[in-house]
Design a protein around this ligand. Structure first.
Ligand SMILES: [Zn+2]
Length: 95
């Protein structure tokens, strides 16, 4: 399985609309997209989004198995998940 280098995408309107999630995406060719706004988020949050999208290469949905896989790599992922829920829209607007 080939894993490409994560590609940074600027969060323009077109990309945001096309992305399943505002913060990252995993395409059918396992191309990972990460919203560049995450550069100004806490490093742990950026790490969480990268791990989240990489886990989608293995599991393409948000089943309990998927979240267990994320937790395997980042036991504390819920803190970052919560941070994005709380501050994500402000991060979007502030750019
Ligand atoms: Zn996801």
């Amino acid at each position: 399985m080939a894993i490409g280098v994560p590609k940074l995408e600027f969060g323009n309107e077109k990309n945001i609309k096309n992305q399943k999630s505002l913060w990252g995406g995993c395409g059918i060719h396992n191309d990972i997209q990460i919203n560049a706004l995450l550069i100004i988020a806490p490093p742990a949050v950026l790490e969480y989004v990268v791990v989240h999208e990489l886990c989608h290469i293995q599991i393409r949905n948000h089943s309990p198995q998927f979240w267990a896989l994320v937790a395997d790599h980042l036991p504390d992922y819920k803190t970052s998940h919560h941070w994005l829920k709380q501050h994500g829209s402000r991060l979007m607007q502030g750019f």
